[in-house]
Design a protein around this ligand. Structure first.
Ligand SMILES: Cc1cc2nc3c(=O)[nH]c(=O)nc-3n(C[C@H](O)[C@H](O)[C@H](O)COP(=O)(O)OP(=O)(O)OC[C@H]3O[C@@H](n4cnc5c(N)ncnc54)[C@H](O)[C@@H]3O)c2cc1C
Length: 428
């Protein structure tokens, strides 16, 4: 594909805009058309479950790029435009309004949407999901009148919402069907810490129990009934039960998908000249240890994955391919706790705690075959940055040393410094 072919990006959010920006930065000078179905100027999503609900972040602080960016970069941004079909043979997109658009390169950056709850009462007024600015506006408006909120789902979004709602005075219960919080991402020790941290701050938790029904009065939610018969009275329900990728356009066109659009470390899908990035992409991750059959892959729902995937895809557009090789990381803010996660822990990893859980300042390192493979940090941003370097290098550090908060880990964070273990006597 010649680099002068026009680029059409579907999805005007973190991944799509980063791709357009990175393509221009790297010298791509063909036309770029960016389509998004939301009506708003593209905005940041992370504050929606944090400062937007507490009133600390105003809407005018949310714009992803300043007002002049699109014009200055020659990016044709069209909002409120929904793409409904993709024809690979003619390289043509169909739009909801009946229009059609031809493309040279196509990037699918269509993200993900919230899973809905499928129990009786799920469509009552007062029941909200949280993905878009419109959703956040609706939750914030409902919060003004709410005394008792129930958050269904103990993942990152649910817990951030719980923290935000409780910090502005609502009494909050989090319902989680798994026996522990954040079960998909965190090992048990971290889950227990997070549960304790929320309880200490007044958030009630109902763990290991699903929802049977939502009950209403005059069309508005008044209670959540759990499978074990318990009833949580509430006037606001926020769902945080995960997302599903918006991969239908690709699936209908016959592009390979499996929990998202399958792409390599440059964002290439199974169809020539069709890329996928961000939450919709199930991407190969060469920075992680390989698994039988090839590199690890994952559909990572994070700003870093959207940005880094977009930057890698942009290198392809300018014929200087540089596959994604960053260690995955992401963050979450709950109460005054800043969680930063680097790498992906696996079952069987040796967990090594540096610091004290009760102090709300610590790092839990995960070692695999003696090498640092992941780290979960709370309120220790400098240690998180260091951990990312250690993971990228696969540094081998003796667990006693990792666990000692007074030990200097910096010597391990450069390729040359890997020799530091000789001085500290770590196993090789
Ligand atoms: C409330 C909230 C808090 C978060 N907090 C954090 C955080 O603290 N840290 C972190 O790392 N990540 C966080 N995330 C995740 C992060 O926001 C996502 O990983 C990121 O938004 C993914 O970007 P994306 O561009 O791939 O997809 P999205 O942001 O989902 O954007 C996709 C866009 O494509 C549009 N679209 C879809 N289909 C079509 C179509 N057919 N035609 C036209 N347009 C279409 C969608 O409407 C949407 O605007 C949070 C997400 C949410 C919802």
């Amino acid at each position: 594909m010649a680099r002068s072919e026009p680029l059409l990006i579907v999805g005007a959010s973190h991944a799509g805009i980063q791709l357009a920006a990175a393509a221009r930065e790297q010298g791509f000078d063909a036309p770029i058309l960016l389509l998004g179905d939301e009506p708003h100027t593209p905005y940041q999503r992370p504050p929606l479950s944090k400062g937007v609900l507490t009133g600390k972040t105003a809407e005018d602080q949310l714009a992803l790029r300043g007002p002049d960016f699109y014009r200055e970069q020659g990016i044709d941004l069209r909002l409120g435009v929904r793409v409904t079909g993709l024809d690979l043979a003619t390289r043509r997109l169909r739009l909801e309004d009946g229009g059609q658009l031809d493309f040279g390169w196509l990037a699918l950056a269509t993200g993900a949407r919230c899973r809905r709850l499928s129990v009786p009462g799920a469509d009552l007024q007062g029941v909200h999901a949280l993905r878009t600015l419109d959703d956040a506006r609706a939750v914030a408006a409902a919060l003004g009148a709410s005394q008792r909120a129930c958050v269904i789902g103990g993942g990152f979004i649910g817990l951030e919402v719980a923290a935000a709602l409780s910090s502005v005075g609502a009494s909050v219960t989090v319902v989680e069907s798994q026996p522990r919080l954040l079960a998909r991402t965190f090992p048990a020790a971290m889950s227990d810490y997070v549960a304790d941290a929320h309880r200490r701050r007044g958030v009630a938790l109902a763990l290991g129990c699903g929802v049977r029904a939502l009950h209403g009065h005059q069309g508005r939610v008044v209670a959540v009934e759990l499978v074990d018969g318990r009833r949580i009275d509430c006037d606001l329900v926020v769902l945080g039960i995960g997302v599903q990728p918006n991969s239908e356009l690709a699936e209908q066109a016959g592009i390979a998908c499996d929990n998202g659009i399958l792409v390599d470390a440059l964002g290439r899908s199974s169809a020539p000249n069709v890329l996928a990035i961000g939450d919709v992409a199930n991407m190969a991750l060469p920075a992680l240890p390989a698994v039988p059959g090839g590199p690890q892959r994952a559909r990572l729902e994070s700003i870093q994955a959207a940005n880094d995937g977009a930057r890698a895809a942009a290198t392809l557009l300018v014929d200087r391919p540089q596959p994604l090789d960053a260690v995955p990381w992401f963050w979450s803010e709950q109460h005054e706790l800043k969680f930063q996660m680097a790498g992906l822990p696996a079952p069987g990893d040796q967990a090594v705690l540096r610091g004290e859980l009760a102090s709300d300042k610590f790092t839990l390192f995960y070692l695999r075959d003696g090498a640092v493979r992941a780290a979960h940090t709370v309120n220790r941003p400098a240690e998180h940055m260091l951990a990312r370097k250690l993971i990228a290098l696969g540094a081998r550090i003796a667990p006693e040393l990792l666990a000692d908060p007074s030990a200097d880990l910096k010597p391990f964070s450069t390729p040359l410094g890997l020799r530091a273990d000789l001085f500290h006597g770590a196993p090789r």
